[in-house]
Ligand binder design. Structure first.
Ligand code: URA
Ligand code: CA
Length: 435
């Protein structure tokens, strides 16, 4: 393999052979190909793209760089779900116990927060005692026992993705459909599930903000799954405003529990039920789309999804009382301020990226890999686009570590949320479904 030649050919828009891609990736993981050559290659891919065959070859090479979880001892169809990342996106915490309560086996690997987006592993670390790192044996055993397990991405799985992602993050090569598709799908293939549901975000808070790019990514991942023997459905969903109302680790767990308790409505519940219904159908439960939705609504209303949430938390060593009274048992911020709207109105816009960045700067995110996150800080919105905020009522509640942080956050919140005197239409959360 002559690496400068591979880089030059990709730079000039040529297609690479499967074996060339395989050798390059294995060479990188073994340390034979240095970061600077791989960085140049990634930038060439960023500009020239990769066709489906090349993307599949890259995905396979990334899967082969590590192990694969063997879920064959778990009976039935195993499902996994992945989101491309958003703000106030706590779907996983609602969805997993919801579909597990309907008898669908879920085995999920999750990550930490990236950039301004939150990560499920960070959120779950706010639950006292909860173990986010299970061994492969524990992971499989728990799926067999209660039908649900979630663990942090293991170092043994797709080490190529871990190295490549870190390099992309610092070389401005994250936002490429081919590179995102291979990164996501290599992890899902290595995770061992038979069928996969993807939540591809569109809008200012998404990795690929415009609908064209997001749709291209979704279609690529569906076809990539097909090539690799996995059934994949992708939803295109709105990330032009935060999904739920809470942004911040413990605050998002509270919101998820309130949805599971049947106390919170809105888009977080709607999207969780819609993705869940697709998973129920993919698992082979013989229901039509409307029946699947009704089945899951009933699981929420009867408290069965909440019971499953408690079992899951306890199975991984966490304090199950979080399911009854999350506000009491989760970490709390030292300072809380209610930001009110002097003159009310209809919410016209909520900038998701700005709020995501703000919450990171309050301490919920990392500047460096080894930073410790503050699980208690964040912002809870008073409503979503289209909602009316009466005069003097809360626009948002800020949870922070210091008074200075409250002041800074208040200014940011006031510029991120725009009110209008006239009614504003609500925006749909699900834009399309691709399979
Ligand atoms: N999420 C991933 O796992 N990989 C990417 O490249 C982007 C988002
Ligand atoms: Ca298909």
């Amino acid at each position: 393999m002559h690496v400068p030649d591979l880089i030059r050919r990709k730079r000039d828009g040529e297609e690479l052979a499967d074996e060339e891609i395989e050798e390059l990736v294995q060479g990188y993981v073994r340390g034979v190909v240095p970061d600077y050559q791989m960085a140049a290659f990634l930038m060439a891919v960023y500009f020239q793209g990769m066709n489906e065959r090349e993307t599949a070859a890259l995905t396979r090479a990334m899967v082969r760089s590590g192990g694969v979880v063997d879920l064959s001892s778990v009976p039935g169809v195993k499902l996994d779900k992945h989101s491309t990342g958003g703000v106030a996106d706590t779907t996983t915490l609602v969805l997993l116990p919801l579909v597990a309560s309907a008898g669908v086996a879920v085995a999920k690997m999750s990550g930490r927060g990236l950039g301004y987006t939150g990560g499920t592993i960070d959120k779950l670390e706010s639950v006292p005692g909860f173990r986010t790192h299970l061994s492969a044996v524990e992971f499989v055993a728990q799926v067999r026992r209660i039908g649900l397990a979630l663990t942090a991405q293991s170092r043994e799985l797709t080490p190529a993705d871990q190295q490549l992602y870190a390099l992309r993050d610092v070389t401005a090569t994250v936002e490429s459909p081919a590179l995102i598709a291979s990164s996501v799908m290599s992890k899902k293939i290595a995770g061992g599930a038979d069928k996969i549901v993807l939540d591809v975000k569109v809008g200012r808070g998404a990795l690929l903000p415009d609908e064209r790019g997001a749709r291209d990514l979704a279609e690529r991942m569906v076809r990539l799954g097909e090539r690799m023997g996995r059934e994949v459905t992708a939803f295109l969903t709105d990330m032009d405003q935060p999904l739920g109302l809470a942004i911040g680790n413990a605050l998002e767990v509270i919101e998820a529990v309130e949805v599971l308790q049947g106390k919170a409505w809105g888009e977080l519940r709607e999207l969780s039920v819609a993705i869940g219904a697709e998973m129920v159908r993919m698992a082979g439960v013989e229901v039509d789309a409307a029946e699947a939705l009704r089945l899951l609504e009933a699981k929420l209303d009867r408290g069965e999804a909440l019971d499953m949430f408690r079992r899951w938390i306890e199975a991984q060593g966490g304090d199950g009382r979080v399911a009854e009274d999350p506000r009491r048992f989760l970490p709390k911020a030292a300072h809380v301020r209610v930001v009110t709207a002097a003159a009310g109105g209809y919410i016209q816009d909520i900038d998701p990226k700005r709020l995501g960045r703000l919450v990171q700067s309050l301490g919920a995110g990392r500047r460096r890999k080894e930073d410790v996150v503050d699980l208690s800080v964040g912002v809870v919105l008073g409503g979503k686009v289209g909602d009316r905020i009466p005069d003097g009522e809360p626009l948002a509640v800020i949870h922070a570590r210091s008074l200075q942080d409250l002041d800074l956050a208040e200014r940011e919140v006031r510029s991120a949320i725009i009110l209008s005197r006239d009614p504003v239409p609500r925006r749909p959360v699900i834009l399309d479904r691709i399979s």
